[in-house]
Design a protein around this ligand. Structure first.
Ligand SMILES: [Cu+2]
Length: 164
């Protein structure tokens, strides 16, 4: 009798694991990494060698039940990184520094040209296209994450969030 119960337990455990493995493999490329915060597609817009600043973009997913605030970003080789939001005011493009960026519970926030972005100010050396930049993000839930952002040209429609 005991043995049967044990077998049953093992079977249950195994199916649980199997389900989880499935979930992980099937969702790569999408958000469902079950960490509280997930970051996808980080990239830096390539710029001329004398550029005073570069824009960094990514998608941040909040998989938790509470809003999470991105508080700051840093990268070595830059004077500082700031959180910015671009928009239009009276027909002019404006860019406003943000104290934090809130990612609501179970939502994603897209950093993209013309919208939210991370401004990487005064690079010691502007990175070449094809190289990558390590950017560390600090959140208010105590989490900090470092991503490798690929340096590339903008211009892909999806960078601008254009929907047809
Ligand atoms: Cu900016």
């Amino acid at each position: 009798m005991k043995k049967i119960t044990l077998n049953l337990t093992l079977t249950l455990l195994f199916s649980l694991f199997a389900t989880q493995i499935n979930a992980t493999t099937h969702n790569h490329g999408e958000q469902q990494n079950m960490e509280a915060v997930g970051i996808q597609n980080p990239w830096v817009r390539s710029a001329p060698p004398n550029a005073p600043a570069l824009g960094a973009f990514m998608e941040i997913y909040n998989n938790s039940d509470k809003g999470v605030k991105l508080l700051s970003a840093s990268a070595s080789g830059y004077k500082r990184l700031e959180l910015h939001r671009s928009g239009r005011k009276n027909g002019m493009m404006t860019m406003v520094r943000q104290d934090f960026v809130l990612i609501p519970a179970h939502e994603k926030l897209v950093f993209k040209p013309g919208s939210w972005h991370i401004m990487m100010i005064k690079p010691e050396k502007v990175p070449k296209e094809g190289s990558s930049v390590a950017i560390t993000l600090v959140f208010d839930n105590g989490l900090s994450k470092t991503v490798n952002a690929m340096v590339r040209k903008a211009g892909m429609m999806k960078d601008y969030g254009v929907k047809h």
